[in-house]
Design a protein around this ligand. Structure first.
Ligand code: HEC
Ligand code: HEC
Ligand code: HEC
Ligand code: HEC
Ligand code: HEC
Ligand code: HEC
Length: 494
């Protein structure tokens, strides 16, 4: 080692030959790509978790490769220096533009580096767009997320990108999503995921997520909904219900605060404790009014100190938990196909036979589709319309049954109503009382949340009662509140 070498500028020491220079260019451009991707993603309105793979895996990989190349160059230089004839001057790495050979190499490097940078920039930007697209989320991990993707395509949010809901607007969820995206790639590659797939809870979908598009102050008022059902009897008797849902609104400046959307925590606050992961059991509820009044409700079985549990604030998700991936119950799907005429209601027992064929256990979706055809064909050998029925049943199956992922209507509770899942009755079941028992969360009035305008068959459905009918229970011996004790989504238990 001689003293002139010690005094060499930093860059010259770092880059003693062409190999190291190539490494340095690689290091430089991977930094460039990293910052480009990072900024793109940071300022994007809609974030992509998968971009993290590029930003935090691919860019660093090239960075390391470049660093390695620089090291190789350095070592080669050292070895060269050590084996040099004593006394002979050590050839230091200089680029001499007056030499034609150096000029050529340098020009090559300049072109190479420029092209590399351009490709990195364009490539990063393109990949960024691909990873944030709906197709990428739904199809790249084809197997595991297929059920959610199919359900989403048939939901009111089919035009909303996956990432709009799955990566919240907060910066914190941006970072979380990065790690979660990496985890998902790992999970898919190593087949390490639950069937049915569950949200990890690492990314919180909450009221802020929905409020990117939905204005919570909107006064919705009453919404009329008709439910058309067919009984599982020989004549497939029609049974319809017409409800006026009192959705109302939660903000007193835009309409009277009341009705179902009164819970939206605008003028008041509702908190609760759920004792299970899927939030189906809610034994404790606290209601804080705008004036500071606090009312605590609990079920008789719940004796714990609330502070030992996670206390959650009620928000959109407490009710609308399946806005994009609602796997509807076969009872409702067959009813819909019948009301549309895709399944002819005049075929004897067709309602119960189609439902039975849909819910039979199958190993794969294609097996299910084939068995539906052979099963219904065998039951109705001389019914000419049966081919249309089979096509309708198979369509239902393909959109709502995913045996490979163990997904159908049973996989995920839906909290919006109370027929197949506890839903509203998790709190409104008459068992949630104040400590003195004087007050309870309203329950028994069937016309509190909706008005039963009409129900039954044919002309009965025209007899509207603006004050609300008393519900007509079919086959149910008592007015048992827990509709979901009997109504499981396929055949009700008697
Ligand atoms: C309108 C908002 C919204 C959109 C858009 C959306 N999701 Fe979801 N997603 C949700 C909610 C809400 C849940 C359920 C959260 C819960 O139950 O805790 C969920 C759950 C999931 C789950 C976990 C399994 C399950 O069904 O609970 C997966 C996987 C998933 N979504 C994938 C996707 C994919 C892929 C897309 C785009 C094709 C997408 N989501 C679009 C809101 C959305
Ligand atoms: C990126 C925008 C966007 C986000 C985020 C979003 N929505 Fe929506 N949502 C829409 C649009 C647009 C519609 C109307 C679709 C139509 O009418 O065709 C809609 C419709 C709805 C409806 C009415 C559905 C029906 O059956 O008519 C509900 C309920 C709803 N959204 C709930 C939610 C909830 C809950 C969340 C949060 C998890 C959410 N939305 C997040 C854009 C969004
Ligand atoms: C004790 C069991 C039981 C309870 C509790 C019960 N039902 Fe039913 N329900 C039945 C049976 C059985 C039928 C007839 C089903 C058939 O023939 O397809 C039925 C039919 C219906 C139908 C029409 C058919 C259909 O497929 O939807 C509706 C709507 C309905 N019930 C709503 C409710 C509601 C809402 C509640 C709770 C307030 C409730 N039921 C509670 C047993 C019950
Ligand atoms: C207490 C339960 C509950 C909460 C909390 C709740 N909703 Fe609803 N919401 C309902 C019910 C029930 C309906 C009636 C229609 C239906 O079944 O979708 C409804 C209807 C809607 C509709 C459709 C209105 C229409 O024009 O048809 C939208 C949009 C909506 N809610 C958005 C939201 C948003 C956004 C939040 C959170 C800020 C929220 N909701 C909170 C229960 C709730
Ligand atoms: C986490 C518990 C909880 C759930 C789930 C819940 N509610 Fe409520 N609800 C309450 C509480 C608490 C009150 C206020 C009781 C009081 O007056 O002290 C209330 C009040 C109401 C009111 C009266 C509002 C007013 O104008 O004063 C309606 C209507 C209502 N709920 C409908 C529903 C519907 C529909 C659902 C399901 C989509 C539902 N709730 C789900 C806790 C809940
Ligand atoms: C806490 C509020 C609440 C109370 C109390 C309530 N309901 Fe409902 N009910 C709902 C909501 C919300 C829906 C709409 C769910 C959806 O389709 O979005 C619904 C839907 C229904 C449906 C149509 C379900 C279907 O799929 O056909 C029937 C029938 C019904 N309710 C009957 C009753 C009867 C009977 C009672 C009294 C025992 C009752 N409800 C009490 C909130 C309530």
């Amino acid at each position: 080692m001689n003293s002139t070498q010690e005094r060499k500028p930093f860059f010259a020491r770092l880059v003693p030959n062409w190999t190291s220079l190539a490494g340095a260019i690689l290091v430089g451009s991977s930094w460039f790509a990293f910052f480009l991707l990072f900024t793109l993603d940071f300022f994007a309105v809609v974030k992509s978790p998968y971009l993290g793979i590029l930003t935090y895996l691919v860019a660093p990989f090239f960075f390391l490769a470049g660093a390695l190349l620089m090291l190789v160059g350095k070592i080669r230089y050292r070895v060269h220096a050590r084996h040099a004839v004593p006394g002979a001057p050590i050839r230091s790495f200089t680029i001499d533009i007056s030499q034609p050979r150096h000029r050529k190499i340098l020009l090559g490097f300049a072109f190479g580096a420029a092209a590399f940078l351009l490709i990195t920039a364009v490539g990063s930007y393109e990949t960024y767009h691909v990873t944030k697209s709906v197709q990428f989320c739904g199809q790249a991990c084809h197997g595991p997320m297929e059920p959610q993707y199919v359900a989403y395509q048939n939901s009111p949010h089919a035009r909303v990108e996956c990432t709009a809901c799955h990566i919240g607007p907060q910066a914190e969820s941006f970072v979380k999503a990065k790690f979660n995206g990496l985890h998902q790639v790992y999970a898919t590659a190593f087949n390490d995921f639950q069937r049915p797939i569950q949200l990890s809870g690492k990314i919180d979908i909450n009221q802020q997520t929905c409020e990117q598009c939905h204005w919570p102050k909107r006064h919705i008022g009453n919404v009329e909904r008709s439910y058309t059902h067919y009984l599982a009897d020989e004549t497939n008797t029609l049974f319809g219900v017409r409800l006026l849902l009192k959705v109302g609104g939660g903000d007193p400046t835009h309409g009277p605060a009341g009705g179902i959307h009164w819970h939206m925590n605008l003028a008041n606050k509702i908190e609760y404790i759920a004792t299970d992961e899927k939030q189906q059991v809610i034994p404790w509820v606290r209601f804080t009014e705008a004036n500071g009044n606090v009312t605590e409700y609990r079920t008789a079985e719940f004796k714990d100190d609330p502070s030992q549990h996670k206390i959650r604030a009620m928000d959109c998700m407490t009710c609308h938990n399946r806005p994009a991936h609602h796997f509807r119950a076969p009872n409702d799907l067959v009813d819909l196909a019948m009301s549309l005429g895709n399944i002819d209601p005049t075929i004897p027992w067709i309602k119960s036979n189609v439902v039975a064929s849909l819910i039979a256990p199958r190993a794969t979706q294609s097996e299910g589709v084939d068995k539906i055809a052979s099963d219904l064909k065998a039951r109705y050998p001389s019914t000419p319309q049966i081919d249309t029925v089979i096509a309708a049943a198979q369509d239902i199956y393909k959109k709502s049954f995913f045996p490979e992922m163990k997904v159908d209507w049973r996989a995920y509770p839906n909290n919006i109503g109370h027929k197949e899942w506890p839903g509203c009755f998790r709190c409104h079941d008459g068992n949630h009382k104040t400590a003195d028992g004087a007050k309870k969360i309203a329950a028994s009035d069937c016309n509190a949340c909706h008005t039963i305008l009409a129900q039954g068959n044919g002309l009965e459905l025209e007899k509207l009662n603006p004050k609300g009918h008393g519900f007509f229970y079919i086959d149910a011996p008592n007015e048992d509140f827990s509709c979901n004790n009997c109504h499981t989504g396929a055949f009700p238990k008697e």
